[in-house]
Design a protein around this ligand. Structure first.
Ligand SMILES: NC(=O)c1ccc[n+]([C@@H]2O[C@H](COP(=O)([O-])OP(=O)(O)OC[C@H]3O[C@@H](n4cnc5c(N)ncnc54)[C@H](OP(=O)(O)O)[C@@H]3O)[C@@H](O)[C@H]2O)c1
Length: 306
């Protein structure tokens, strides 16, 4: 167990999650936060208004030297990069890992914040390939001693903002399987709080940490939408096929040259609904009591436009 207060670095501090993690750390802990990014002018003023505890470090995501300057003196580095292609996400994560070892940083929290992708192999589901590659790189490096920084993977499920805002269209609500498969959900705010609490935890947990807000099936989502936003009867869902048929379609894409972005709806709903990618019952929520979780009803009220 390490002493607090501590210093925590966030790479990608201009992003939505990075900003929320930094805010939570500044608001509720005594930690100092180092924000690393390429465009410091985009950092929220509420963070830069606290210069005694929030330090800005601008630089390139591919420069080990820049990364080292940003993380010097920190016990944990959180990567919150997103919207990078596969190679850039992997390379920029490797840069942070190399910088962690050069600076003696204890833990590196990878930019995961997703479902449990460990049942996947590279190529199975292209949007998850970078997560798998970074996980394998850290695991092999930790095992053979070439990487000293300890890997942390925070798994949180699907962000309700992404699910209801992008993938689930209540005017054309599609689903795979039986509709009774359980899906794990979280809000951006809770995901940030979970990440911050793992980073600031004096017990310094490592490995996979699983934290969610609520679980719901597509049928339960349809019932909640009908009850809260509709006439009381469940929203009628459009059946796309079985989970095995979804898997077959995803596998068939792997053999083609079509850019996966063109099939993001299929790939995402397959990922969201497949039971083996859910976080299960052995969750770590008990470690962090007091997090204000979002409920299915609140998510429907706030994010479903119906
Ligand atoms: N489970 C889910 O449903 C779900 C949904 C969304 C996100 N996530 C996860 O949450 C994490 C953060 O996502 P987010 O939504 O907060 O992302 P975001 O708002 O898009 O922020 C992405 C961050 O990455 C930085 N970045 C992108 N390209 C870069 C480059 N070439 N060089 C340097 N920095 C670059 C951005 O910097 P600029 O501001 O300079 O562009 C920004 O700081 C990711 O791990 C993502 O996988 C999960």
């Amino acid at each position: 167990m390490r002493a607090t207060p501590t210093c925590i670095a966030i790479a990608g501090v201009t992003g939505k999650l990075g900003t929320l993690i930094a805010s939570y750390l500044l608001d509720t802990t005594e930690a100092t936060v180092h924000g690393f990014c390429r465009s410091p002018e985009k950092i929220e003023k509420s963070l830069t208004d606290r210069p005694s505890r929030f330090k800005v470090f601008s630089g390139s995501a591919l420069s080990v030297e820049d990364a080292q300057k940003a993380i010097t003196g920190c016990s944990t580095v959180i990567c919150a990069y997103n919207r990078m292609d596969f190679q850039l996400m992997v390379n920029s994560s490797k840069v942070l890992i190399e910088a962690c070892d050069a600076e003696g940083v204890g833990r590196f929290i990878a930019s995961d914040f997703t479902l449990d992708f460990r049942a996947l192999h590279r190529g199975d589901l292209p949007p998850m390939d970078a997560h798998i590659a970074v996980w394998e790189y850290l695991r092999q490096g930790n095992e053979n001693g070439t990487i000293q920084v300890k890997a942390v993977h925070v798994l949180v499920g699907i962000f309700v903002e992404a699910f209801f805002g992008v993938f689930f269209n209540p005017k054309e609500p599609k689903y795979w399987g039986t509709g009774n498969e359980t899906i794990d959900f979280v809000s951006y705010k809770s995901a940030a709080e979970y990440a911050a609490r793992v980073a600031n935890d004096p017990d310094e947990p490592t490995g996979f940490v699983k934290l969610v807000d609520f679980k719901a099936t597509m049928n339960e989502i349809a019932t909640a939408i009908g009850r809260i936003k509709g006439d009381g009867s469940p929203l009628p869902l459009l059946h796309q096929g079985s989970m095995s048929e979804a898997k077959e379609q995803v596998r068939a894409l792997a053999g083609t040259d079509t850019p996966w972005h063109q099939h993001i709806s299929l790939l995402s709903m397959y990922y969201f609904q497949t039971p083996e990618f859910q976080l299960g019952d052995d969750l770590d929520n008990h470690r962090y009591p007091g997090v204000k979780k979002i409920s299915l009803d609140d998510a429907v009220k706030e994010f479903v436009n119906y």
